[in-house]
Design a binder for this molecule. Structure first.
Ligand code: NAD
Length: 286
């Protein structure tokens, strides 16, 4: 009994000093300007929140934007509770001037982003014969326009600093295949894949790498702001229709972001599909 008690307190004290060392390193890195900075649009909920927590745990300073203030504040509070250097700026990515304000605040408070994740996105699923032009335009302006606005603002700061950077665009398998009545979303995501190779070429001289991730079905119910959080339930059919045998989780995408940001120095202009194998499956009716 005694030896167990000593062991537990020993490991608690080791863990506590480990946390203090990690905090010291983070603060020291920030003070000395060597801490890495990531900016994530739509970081209040869902994939964006998961990517924010993932990179904070890696020691990055994290700047998030979102139109949902409650969601953004909740994510920010969690990041700060983990001792991460963090910032939330309410921003509609469809509006270039709001994006410029977000990136300027990020540069001022945390430093030039080393990594930008264009994650904010919306979908309107509506009968194509009834879809209003302004509804189609809103989806394009948010998903595709937003990715362009954030990329341009972050790239200006990265280019001015002169040490390169990484841009990750969250597209979708719906860039390549569709369910009915998703025209705006599919077009915006197809546009993001094309924007990715265009930016990769234009920003290559600044050593800014630009890549896309196309997720399939990623469960984000448990990554919504508190009143909207739901415990996911997936049927056997939900799981088994995926060759990988399960629905995706946000960590699948956050880990891919980490790979692109930190281990893919020779990769630019590419799109990685992360969908448990759904888009390579033949679906002829039996
Ligand atoms: N979850 C999936 O299965 C899946 C699959 C493929 C692609 N994606 C893409 O991943 C990204 C995140 O999706 P999610 O499932 O986490 O969605 P989500 O709705 O859970 O989170 C999106 C966040 O973006 C914010 N947002 C919406 N419009 C905005 C705007 N104009 N400006 C700033 N923020 C805005 C929302 O408030 C929300 O917090 C989206 O681009 C989506 O298209 C998701």
């Amino acid at each position: 009994m005694v030896s167990v008690g000593v062991g537990v307190s020993f490991w608690y004290s080791m863990a506590a000093s480990g946390a203090r060392i990690a905090l010291f390193l983070r603060r020291h890195h920030l003070d000395s300007g060597t801490m890495k900075v990531i900016a994530i649009s739509g970081g209040g909920q869902g994939l964006g929140r998961a990517i924010a927590y993932h990179f904070a745990a890696l020691g990055y300073a994290v700047s998030i934007s979102d139109t949902d203030v409650a969601a953004g504040r909740e994510t920010l509070a969690h990041l700060k509770a983990q001792d991460a250097a963090a910032l939330f700026v309410r921003t509609d990515v469809a509006k270039a001037e709001e994006v410029n304000t977000w990136i300027a605040r990020t540069v001022k408070d945390l430093g030039v982003p080393d990594v930008l994740v264009n994650n904010a996105g919306i979908m309107i699923r509506k009968d194509v014969l009834k879809l209003k032009p302004q509804e189609f335009a809103r989806v394009i302006a948010t998903n595709l326009g937003g990715a362009f606005h954030c990329s341009q603002a972050a790239a200006k700061a990265m280019a001015k600093r002169g040490t390169g950077g990484v841009i990750i665009n969250i597209a979708s398998t719906r860039a390549f295949m569709s369910e009915p009545n998703t025209e705006g979303y599919a077009a915006s995501k197809g546009g993001i894949v094309a924007l990715t190779h265009a930016l990769a070429i234009s920003l290559g001289p600044y050593r800014i790498r630009v890549n896309a991730i196309s997720p399939g079905w990623i469960e984000v119910g448990d990554w919504q702001k508190s009143p909207k959080t739901v415990k996911p339930h997936h049927s056997k059919e939900d799981r088994e229709q995926h060759p990988a045998g399960r629905v995706g989780i946000p960590a699948d995408i956050a880990q891919a972001c980490q790979f692109i940001a930190e281990n893919a120095g020779f990769m630019t202009g590419q799109n990685i599909t992360i969908d448990g194998g759904m888009t390579v499956k033949m679906i002829y009716a039996e």
